[in-house]
Design a binder for this molecule. Structure first.
Ligand code: DGL
Length: 282
């Protein structure tokens, strides 16, 4: 056993969305301590420039590293897209995992005809990380990216379904999925059969998205595949925690602990009491 195995896994997100990854990790690795940091003071990252995202992500990750973690999981698609390579170089030999490759892997496996639609933040789509990751795994795939900026505040507000959410989704996706007589971007490509949720907030809107794209489209996200990759990496590096005591979870935020607890409960799928959330400065 490696001595560092007793340390927690550090998870980082721009806000509460990464709690969907936290949840998947806690289910997959119930014996692991988890330390989560949400940079709510600077949220959203998805509309910011690449250099700013890298700067913010480095600071947040440094905080977790200073507190002592055995692995970093960037539970944010925007931060992974912009900063994964920089973080790996900066914190080597600490293992740093992102959510983009696992999400791409899930979509490439789910799609039958190879036409995958990625919905994500503006920065993630513009950076092209998902498009590149899918092309590496499945060179025959055709990827359509669409920035869906308004999905983030909708999820944070707890508006997860209903006519307003479906209306917003329809507006973003109608042309791609040929809804309401809209035209597909290229008549020669097959209709998309897979929708990849390339943003940690979007799994909350899954029901509304299902109503919009219809039953024939597979909807996938990166949470479960990320948890699986983390488990494999911990095993490979001899870092799995061996103790039999209950796992310890800590939640840190850079702003408004009460709001983090309230909104975080939606992402976590269980009540997160205020007093389990601590305020930190970066
Ligand atoms: N966590 C971000 C992501 O997964 C969404 C929120 C933001 O824009 O900061 O891309």
């Amino acid at each position: 056993m490696n001595d560092s195995s007793r340390l927690p896994i550090g998870l980082f997100d721009s806000g509460m969305g990464g709690l969907t990854v936290f949840k998947a990790l806690a289910e997959r690795l119930p014996g692991e301590d988890l330390l989560y940091l949400g940079d709510t003071a600077r949220l959203p990252y998805g509309t910011k420039g690449r250099d700013t995202i890298i700067r913010y992500t480095l600071k947040a990750a440094q905080k977790l590293v200073d507190m002592g973690v055995k692995m970093l999981v960037i539970a944010c698609n925007t931060a992974t897209s912009a900063a994964l390579v920089t973080l790996r170089e900066h914190f080597a030999p600490l293992p740093v995992m992102g959510v983009v490759d696992p999400g791409a892997q899930a979509a490439a496996a789910a799609s039958v005809n190879g036409h995958i639609v990625v919905v994500a933040t503006e920065a993630t789509i513009a950076g092209g990380a998902y498009q590149q990751a899918i092309a590496r795994i499945r060179p025959d795939a055709f990827v359509t990216g669409r920035a869906c900026t308004l999905f983030v505040p909708l999820a944070e507000e707890g508006w997860m379904n209903g006519p307003i959410v479906e209306g917003v989704a329809r507006r973003y996706l109608a042309d791609i999925f040929s809804l309401e007589g809209g035209r597909a971007p290229d008549a020669r490509t097959p209709a998309p059969d897979t929708l990849l949720l390339g943003c940690t907030h979007f799994p909350l809107l899954q029901e509304a998205l299902r109503n919009v794209v219809g039953p024939g489209v597979r909807i996938v996200d990166s949470a479960a595949t990320t948890a699986q990759r983390v488990a494999e990496e911990l095993r490979a590096t001899n870092l799995l925690r061996q103790g039999d005591g209950p796992a310890h979870y800590s939640f840190l935020t850079t702003d408004n602990t009460a709001r983090f607890a309230r909104t975080g409960s939606l992402f976590l799928g269980r009540n997160l009491p205020d007093d389990q959330v601590s305020l930190v400065d970066l």
